[in-house]
Ligand binder design. Structure first.
Ligand SMILES: *Cc1c(COP(=O)(O)O)cnc(C)c1O
Length: 431
């Protein structure tokens, strides 16, 4: 299986090169050359398979030439060592909890899978790979955790000083080993600009093997399709048409869901739920794609004005708008509506959602107004304690801090402060 660039002017590459490159030399996103549906019997008997077996069967075709089956099985065992339960909220709504991993955000699976792949690809090379990543919060923690202790890989994370939550900062700065946190005097955009500069700096690239770990990387994007299969396995017995509502920012997660559909999963419709950063809902109304600067919201992991993975979704439907519309609806919601939804879910059965999950819930409700005879699953992409202040204030209730988070609260922060690109470059060249 080869991967080609969606800009179509870069050479096709194998999975390992696509992972190490991150983005193609022509700046296009990589996309698999073929998607072969799984046999119908796989879905008919999916409830008899373990999560590891499901994941192995689903992803094997994309990686098989570069990762032997036994290695792939070992990787999946490492990556999937926690639960992905679907919890009933009402008789026709459930939530898929994706926050039982080490950093309690759904990005754990993609980050761990990428880390394991990169560790495997660099096993024979003497040159260490340095993963350089800018974070506004959740990505950094998931990447740091995923790569912790992986041989041959160093991770350097840039985060904006004073702009991430206390929990998020501790998740980034307390790990040690092969993980270094650089605390940037600036905003997230400054961090991202420094990372971009580094990838264009010839002197640096001649001395260092650099790679990125952002969500467009195929090794972070593709394993997210597992979630939808795990949920389908649990919800199948409902005997109703199943639909998914995905709280979306960069649209990587929902695009992976549409890949699961393309692999034959019998789910006909997906809902993209966004906050007021509504570039995609607008597109689905007007057929005009007009990216805009992002607006800050309480579901801040989805504050994206130009979602990088949406191009993959359009491509998956051959840029055919009507075909896309048959499979995807998109709705946007304000912070006020999101807070009301947090309360509404809590009133139904005491369930505590996070602001991102609440946006997913709203999208589902909206679609079900016209399609009541469905079983809808909204994705809970982060544990509510990661958004402690807003959830406690909205529900007027204290949340218990789970063990994964307790653990980092007692550790001491270690970061290196930088304020300019030159300082980043000096750090990379001297380390
Ligand atoms: C990253 C993130 C999202 C958005 O996922 P995309 O794949 O970028 O659409 C939603 N919720 C949480 C908590 C996240 O961290």
């Amino acid at each position: 299986m080869k991967f080609y660039s969606l800009n179509n002017t870069a050479p096709k590459v194998s999975f390992d090169t696509a992972v190490v490159n991150g983005i193609a030399p022509d700046k296009g996103l990589y996309f698999p050359e073929e998607i072969t549906p799984l046999p119908a019997s796989f879905f008919e008997h999916i409830e008899n398979l373990t999560n590891e077996e499901i994941a192995f069967t689903a992803i094997r075709q994309f990686v098989t030439e570069v990762i032997p089956d036994n290695v792939l099985k070992d990787i999946l065992k490492e990556v999937l060592d926690f639960d992905f339960p679907v919890i009933d909220i009402t008789s026709n709504i459930g939530t898929l909890e994706l926050f039982h991993g080490p950093t309690m955000a759904f990005k754990d699976v993609g980050a761990r899978f990428m880390a394991q792949c990169l560790g495997y690809f660099s096993r024979a090379s003497k040159n260490e790979v340095t993963v350089l990543v800018a974070t506004s919060g959740d990505t950094g923690g998931a990447v740091a955790n995923g790569f912790l202790g992986v041989d041959g890989v160093k991770v350097v994370i840039l985060y904006p000083s004073g702009k991430v939550s206390d929990i998020q900062e501790r998740q980034l700065t307390t790990l040690g080993q092969n993980i270094t946190a650089l605390e940037v005097d600036g905003m997230f955009d400054d961090c991202q600009a420094m990372v971009k500069n580094a990838f264009l700096d010839k002197e640096l690239l001649d001395n260092k093997k650099l790679t990125s770990a952002n969500s467009i990387n195929v090794a972070r994007w593709l394993p997210q399709l597992f979630y939808f299969l795990f949920a389908y396995k649990q919800a199948k017995s409902q005997d109703k048409e199943i639909i998914f509502s995905v709280p979306s920012g960069n649209f990587g997660n929902i695009c992976a869901g549409l890949m699961a559909q393309r692999l034959g999963m019998p789910v006909k419709h997906f809902i993209a739920a966004t906050n007021v950063n509504d570039t995609v809902p607008q597109f689905m109304q007007t057929k005009e794609y007009s990216p805009k600067p992002s607006t800050a919201t309480i579901s801040n992991a989805m504050d994206v004005g130009d979602p990088s993975n949406f191009i993959r979704i359009r491509h998956l439907f051959q840029n055919n708008f009507d075909l896309l519309k048959d499979n995807l609806s998109a709705y946007s919601f304000t912070d006020n509506e999101t807070k009301k939804a947090l309360k509404e879910i809590n009133d139904i059965n005491g369930y505590v959602a996070d602001p991102h999950g609440a946006v997913g819930y709203l999208g589902l409700k909206k679609y079900q107004e016209l399609h009541p005879d469905t079983y809808g699953i909204f994705l809970e992409t982060a544990h509510p304690v990661k958004f402690l202040d807003i959830v406690e204030e909205t529900l007027d209730e204290k949340l218990e801090i789970p063990a994964q988070i307790q653990k980092v609260m007692n550790k001491t922060k270690a970061s290196i402060k930088i304020a300019s690109y030159d300082e980043l470059k000096n750090f990379l060249l001297s380390s």
